[in-house]
Design a protein. Structure first.
Length: 333
């Protein structure tokens, strides 16, 4: 083990000891983790919340068993400073500022003073990027980055609709698509129309007044961030080779995605397709996102920031589904 000698120490953490629908997470002392061979130990400076955090808390996160046993420290997105490296870690060193996201097989853990994470799941944080901005990127940013690049294969000049455009995932999608050169339609509430246009949307739809599903042959891609639509509902509004992508995992969506992939093989890739994006943490993708931000081609949209001891307010905010961008928790200075 490189870095400071690890001892049996305690740290402040946000955790759950059971699943329950209406519970609030606990704030207390838990044992400090130690890095395995391929991991780094981070002193967390900032963390961001994602729907997976409160879904796990309620016991309805689809792969909750991978996060067990209890107590489970919540949070998957983090930015901080490496204080120790596992024996197999060669590209990073103690003192590096990094940001990243726990993989699905990871143990969450970002909402704590210290967290371990696979070295392959982090990237160096640029000096010009704050820890808050960096912590906002991983899950939301990489979800949209990978969805539009790998599943949509979005091209310049194509027309994409982003359903849920003003939230964390959606705000990154609007900006990524605009940088590609696509035409972007943003679906959001009436108070977020101007915000989405400023992010790069060429047109906006107030979901209370218009139903985009009723349009005919209009979109090359429907990116459904909030999972309120479906491949069947979007059949008419998608063009002949249109792609429907959902970020919300469910058995139904997983089945439709698999069926679509099989049918596409028989059609030699033609026809409308359905996809479910399951984000995979990659350091290279994180670095690419950070480069877009530091070159002023994109920005992290932060809804609100809370001190560590007010983390309950952060959970209340994200569960409203009304956050404009990411909800940040500042763990330490």
């Amino acid at each position: 083990m490189q870095g400071s000698q690890q001892t049996a120490a305690l740290m402040n953490a946000v955790y759950i000891e059971r699943y329950a629908k209406n519970q609030k997470p606990k704030f207390g002392r838990l044992p400090m983790p130690s890095a395995k061979a391929n991991q780094v130990l981070i002193r967390v400076k900032s963390a961001s919340l994602n729907p997976r955090d409160w879904l796990l808390m309620r016991g309805i996160y689809p792969v909750k068993k991978l996060a067990e046993p209890f107590p489970i420290t919540l949070g998957s997105d983090m930015s901080g400073t490496i204080i120790a490296c596992g024996s197999a870690v060669k590209a990073l060193t103690v003192g590096d500022d990094v940001f990243g996201m726990q993989p699905i097989k990871g143990k969450f853990g970002a909402l704590a003073e210290y967290a371990t994470i696979d070295a392959s799941a982090v990237a160096l944080k640029p000096e010009t990027l704050s820890h808050n901005d960096a912590a906002a990127i991983p899950c939301a940013g990489m979800t949209s980055f990978q969805a539009l690049r790998d599943l949509a294969k979005l091209k310049k000049g194509e027309h994409i609709l982003v359903n849920g455009a003003s939230g964390g995932v959606g705000s990154y999608a609007v900006q990524i698509a605009a940088n590609i050169g696509a035409r972007v339609t943003a679906v959001c509430g009436p108070t977020n129309q101007e915000l989405c246009r400023n992010l790069g949307a060429s047109e906006t739809i107030d979901y209370r007044l218009e139903n985009f599903e009723t349009y005919q042959d209009k979109y090359d891609v429907v990116y459904d961030v909030i999972g309120r639509s479906s491949p069947k509902k979007c059949k008419n509004c998608l063009r002949e080779n249109g792609r429907y992508i959902s970020t919300i995992p469910s058995l139904s969506m997983a089945f439709q995605s698999l069926a679509s992939k099989i049918l596409a093989g028989f059609r030699f890739g033609g026809g409308r397709t359905a996809h479910l994006i399951l984000v995979k943490p990659h350091g290279n993708d994180l670095a690419a996102m950070a480069d877009l931000i530091t070159s002023n081609k994109m920005k992290s949209l932060i809804d609100s920031t809370y001190p560590f001891d007010e983390v309950y307010k952060a959970f209340d905010r994200i569960q409203t589904w009304r956050a404009k961008g990411k909800v940040i928790v500042e763990i330490s200075e």
